[in-house]
Design a protein. Sequence first.
Length: 155
Amino acid sequence: MTLVIGCGNLLRGDDAVGPLLVRRLLDRGLPAGVEVADGGTSGMDVAFRMRGADRVVLVDAADTGGEPGTLYRLAGTDVETLPPLEGINLHAFRWDHALAIGRWALKDEYPTDITVYLIEAASFAFGEPLTPVVEAAMLRLVDRLVLDQLPEPVR
C-alpha cells in the first residue's frame, strides 16, 4: 500500500499545501492500493499512520529562504535522523521527528520507501489562501504523483 500524507496548517497560508494536496488527490480519485491522510500539524499521528505502509509520500511546506514554489524531493532516509530534542513537546513535534520516532517505534512495520516533497512557501499569514506560486507547484506535484509515483488503478 502507498500512503500519501499531507502535513501543514490549513489556517496559515502556504503551510496548508500538504492537506490541500491530499484533497486534490481525493478529488481525482485514488488508484487501488493508495491511501491518503491529512497529517495536519501532529507529527506523532504521522509516525503511527505510516504503520504497515510499503511506501510513504510525505508533502509539506518549506521555509528555507529559497524561491517560493520551488519543489524539493528528499529520500526519507536523508531526513529521518532525529533532530535535537531540547525543549521538544507534542506541539513542536514535526514530520521529521515522526520519521525518526517511527523508525524506532514501528520496527518491522516501518515503511521501506519514504519520499518527502517540500514546497518552498511564500507566506504563512494566518487566514490567507495558498499563494499562486505555491498553488501552481502543488498542482504540478499532484500531476507528478498521479502520473509517475502512484500505482495504476486496478480495472
